[in-house]
Design a binder for this molecule. Structure first.
Ligand SMILES: *Cc1c(COP(=O)(O)O)cnc(C)c1O
Length: 415
């Protein structure tokens, strides 16, 4: 397993976490290369039919070392900006394995992606299609597209990460697909190749996926009847992971993949899947040190050196992350509110969390922090930008150095 105790000490693969923390300093993100490889390998083996492609959603964790590791396994990429596209290319992911999603692609972004001949633009609106057509024509090219269809399905996830309801900004309604595809077919700079759907993130039930796949299937039939060549079905990402001990388990990857296969395989399309969280989420820890144990009037606070600037998910989405001590206790526990140093009440990781008796200087591991962690980190309150470390078997390496206060200050310039 990835993170286990040996003689009371938490290990990441074959390296004691304490060793990394003392060499690199805290807070720090820690990823297991083995866990990422294993999880990606599972995706690749489940989506292994003719031409199917696992396009890792770069926004979940975009560190170059992580992308390089996935590139070596044959991953494609789902990117949402020119910056992410540049990251994917720099990591060695070929352009013909990259899809470009997002509601706000700009002219320079489209131009750059067309120059590189990416696999597919997932188009989210009519004005975007019009713009893409214009740019492609001016370059003497045809842009390969899928429309992102918003199926108006409730993904039953947190409201801030649901994307497939009609009130969300993403995609175009299924009811307008005929009209929009007919228009797209008339544009000489556009080549229709498929349909795209992504209904949300951290889904913990299979039913919304099932509904989405049915919608994709029905639309494929409809659009083919209308004369469109539909050869690619992009089913998005969104499979959840288990953040909370005892909470309902999300569908397994095997279940999810067999659902997709059952409903979509008869269509004979190339299936693209865009997982992010479920590839890297469980492979990462945020390691932090206790600064103070503060006894309040009613509660005992564990003030740690990681804050909402390092891991935003709890304050942004009320997300739960399990916390474990780096040195296992003797069974005796105490209840703590685990909070960061940032001057915001929202800077809270856990309330009434049972942990062994801890003191200043002790280390904690915040679990399942490999996705949407470091990528959202900031230097709010001018804390140094958190570093990232990759562990592979017995070795570890800093894959993003800590950005120190002096460097952050130097970004600013006088008027
Ligand atoms: C964020 C995103 C994904 C990945 O979602 P996960 O929940 O991390 O799997 C896939 N596709 C699109 C279009 C996205 O925006």
């Amino acid at each position: 397993m990835t993170f286990l105790y040996r003689e009371q000490q938490l290990y990441s693969e074959n390296v004691p976490v304490e060793k990394i923390a003392s060499q690199v300093g805290t807070p720090l993100y820690l990823y297991s290369a083995g866990a990422i490889r294993r999880r990606f390998g599972e995706y690749a083996s489940h989506f292994n039919s003719e031409g199917s492609l696992v396009c890792y959603a770069v926004k979940a964790n975009s560190n170059q070392a992580v992308l390089r590791l996935l590139a070596a396994l044959g991953a494609g990429a789902d990117v949402v900006s020119e910056g992410e596209l540049k990251r994917a290319l720099a990591a060695g992911i070929p352009a013909d394995r990259i899809v470009f999603s997002g509601v706000g692609k700009t002219v320079p972004e489209m131009t750059f992606a067309l120059e590189r001949d990416i696999l597919q633009f997932n188009v989210e609106s009519e004005p975007e299609l019009e713009q893409l057509n214009r740019i492609a024509l001016s370059m003497g090219k045809q842009a390969p597209i899928a429309f992102r269809i918003n199926p108006d399905i409730d993904a039953r996830t947190h409201r801030k990460i649901t994307t497939g309801k009609s009130e969300n900004k993403f995609g175009v309604p299924a009811s307008r697909a005929s009209e929009i595809y007919a228009w797209a077919a008339s544009l000489p700079g556009i080549r229709i190749q498929g349909i795209d759907m992504h209904i949300g993130s951290q889904l913990t039930e299979s039913e919304p996926f099932e509904q989405a796949f049915h919608c994709l299937r029905d639309l494929t039939h409809l659009l083919r009847e209308q004369g469109h060549e539909i050869t690619v079905l992009d089913i998005g990402g969104g499979l959840g992971i288990s953040y909370e001990d005892g909470a309902p388990e999300p569908p397994s990857l095997a279940e999810y993949a067999s659902l997709a296969r059952e409903i979509l395989a008869p269509l004979g399309c190339r299936v693209i899947v865009e997982p992010g969280r479920s590839v890297v989420g469980e492979a990462g820890l945020l390691i932090s040190r206790v600064i103070y144990v503060k006894q309040g009037e009613k509660r005992r606070f564990l003030i740690i050196d990681a804050g909402m600037n390092d891991l935003l998910r709890p304050s942004l989405y009320d997300a739960h992350h399990e916390i474990m001590p780096v040195r296992a206790g003797n069974g005796e526990t105490c209840l703590y509110d685990v909070v960061g140093p940032i001057c915001e009440t929202g800077d809270t990781f856990a309330l009434n969390k049972a942990l062994p008796l801890l003191e200043s200087g002790d280390l904690l591991a915040i679990k399942n922090a490999g996705a949407y962690g470091a990528v959202m980190a900031s230097f709010y309150n001018t804390h140094p930008l958190v570093p990232e470390v990759l562990v592979d078997d017995c070795e570890f390496r800093v894959i993003r150095a800590r950005l120190e206060a002096e460097q952050i200050i130097a970004f600013d310039s006088d008027f």
